[in-house]
Design a protein around this ligand. Structure first.
Ligand code: PHE
Length: 500
């Protein structure tokens, strides 16, 4: 072995004092070294064949809360069978339970285990005892743990060891593993120690003083071992989903858009009616939209705007359309909901800002009444952008979207016709994912209809697009369960790169 370092020398000396072998804890005690220093020394002594590392697993077993309860009162099946015997070996199961004063949650457990242990049969509610119910090893182990506290599994008798897995599966005990490491001198190690080790102080930090006085020539400088395993460091970082949100916002900002935000609780008026979505539209149903229980209603905007929106729904007003041809209800429009899309944010903004040019965006939370599974969440994010200007056309929208996607690293984009109640023409944009060799729908888009713009007195064309952010996140993060984005699984967050 090459020249020994200070830590290694001290570890060898400690081993000598300990008679040739000792646990890492003992070596720390005797040598005065830190845990990490001993571990590092142990590894290099092992490589140099001066010492051997032995590992032993130690498993501690302890009673759970329920386990303690049963240890004191007896297992449920024991309490029941004793009562049955007292009642003459035959009685209704119900009576036994009652007399044994068994807690509700243990009733089925008691009947199940009485059968499994072959103590009794239960047929049509009648219990018959079969044999003398001997004390089982499970009961013995429970008693022991209750009397003596947590034990090492390795020290239990062979008989009691057999009961560990049953009690574990019944959740009456828990086990914890710990690896104990012991270091032992090899013959070569002994020889070296016997020749005598003189600990030479090592310098790990070169100071100005050492350089100026020239003393650096005499001291022993510690060599770096660049291959030694170091402790893993997990620096704080921005959550992967938040990183993607910020990236999307940056793409908008670079393209000259301004961020706007709106309220999560919104009236149906802004979420649906203002967007020419009829009041019997399926998306408004309870199963798709969250309605607030308290308060139930919110305020509507100025009278004339409500009137023009109402007329547009009923007969098209002056928009040139026939509308949806039904009687529009103020009450329905006042209902408070959790917004189901961020288009509610942009239409609200347009109602207040009618002069071109306008380029605004929102990346924010929306809510849908979905059953949560690997593909669906009830709370998620949408990306939304609008452009209002004189003479903008669908071609501008397509060009803008291509550029927007390009900034997000999505180079191949296709557009095909689609439908939304508030846009005409409407399109769906799909992007190509080279890693998965598939196309994915990302944002719906279109030009707001006159039925949306005219009631608010907006005179210029408006380009709009919007879609889910989580879909994009799944692809970027290479995961297929959308719930992972919100689970805050530390392991996953740590494995995700610092910069996506
Ligand atoms: N709001 C639509 C959705 O939730 C997307 C969209 C936005 C479509 C703007 C057209 C224009 O899917």
């Amino acid at each position: 072995m090459a020249e020994l370092r200070e830590n290694e020398q001290k570890t060898l000396l400690a081993l000598e004092k300990l008679g040739g072998s000792g646990s890492i804890d003992r070596i720390i005690e005797v040598s005065g070294l830190a845990h990490a220093a001993v571990m590092r020394a142990a590894l290099s002594l092992k490589t140099g064949k001066l010492a051997k590392i032995r590992e032993q697993t130690r498993t501690t077993i302890a009673l759970s809360k329920e386990g303690k309860h049963h240890a004191r009162k007896g297992l449920p099946e024991r309490r029941a069978i004793e009562e049955a015997t007292r009642l003459g070996g035959e009685a209704t199961f119900e009576e036994i339970i009652e007399k044994a004063d068994l807690e509700d949650e243990f009733v089925t457990i008691a009947s199940g285990w009485m059968r499994r242990k072959g103590w009794a049969t239960i047929e049509k509610g009648m219990l018959k005892t079969l044999k003398e119910p001997e004390t089982g090893t499970d009961e013995k182990l429970l008693k022991l743990l209750d009397k003596k506290g947590p034990q090492l599994v390795e020290n239990l008798s062979e008989e009691l060891k057999n009961a560990v897995s049953t009690l574990k599966s019944r959740r009456l005990v828990g086990t914890k593993k710990k690896i104990l490491r012991e270091l032992e001198l090899t013959d070569a190690g002994w020889e070296l120690v016997k020749r005598g080790i003189e600990v030479v102080e090592e310098i790990s930090q070169l100071t100005p003083e050492l350089v100026m006085t020239g003393r650096w020539r005499k001291v022993k400088l510690r060599r770096f071992n660049v291959t030694a395993p170091g402790p893993a460091v997990y620096p704080g970082k921005i959550h992967p989903l938040q990183q993607i949100i910020e990236e999307v916002k940056e793409a908008f900002l670079e393209m000259g858009f301004t961020e706007i935000r709106g309220s999560i609780v919104e009236t149906a008026f802004w979420n649906f009616d203002a967007l020419f979505q009829p009041q019997d539209h399926p998306a408004r149903e309870m199963m798709d939209t969250f309605y607030l229980a308290q308060p139930k209603e919110g305020g509507l905007p100025k009278k004339d705007v409500v009137k023009t929106v109402a007329k547009t729904h009923e007969n098209g007003w002056t928009t040139g359309s026939r509308g949806w041809e039904y009687v529009w209800s103020r009450e329905e429009a006042k209902r408070l909901i959790l917004r189901t899309h961020t288009t509610a944010v942009t239409i609200r903004y347009l109602a207040e800002h009618k002069e071109p040019p306008i380029k605004v965006f929102s990346v924010d939370r929306i809510y849908r009444n979905e059953r949560v599974d690997y593909q669906h969440l009830a709370e998620l994010h949408q990306i939304e952008g609008i452009i209002m200007d004189k003479d903008v056309t669908l071609r501008d929208l397509i060009g803008t979207l291509k550029e927007f996607y390009r900034k997000l690293g999505l180079k191949k984009v296709k557009f095909w016709p689609s439908y939304f109640p508030y846009t005409e023409p409407s399109a769906q944009s799909v992007v190509y994912l080279p890693e998965l060799k598939t196309w994915m729908e990302l944002c719906g888009m279109g030009m707001f209809r006159p039925e949306v713009l005219e009631p608010f007195g907006i005179k210029y064309p408006v380009l709009a697009w919007g879609g889910g952010l989580e879909r994009l996140a799944l692809v970027r993060l290479g995961i297929d369960d959308i719930r992972a984005l919100y689970k805050n699984d530390l392991g996953w967050i740590r494995r995700t790169p610092l910069c996506l």
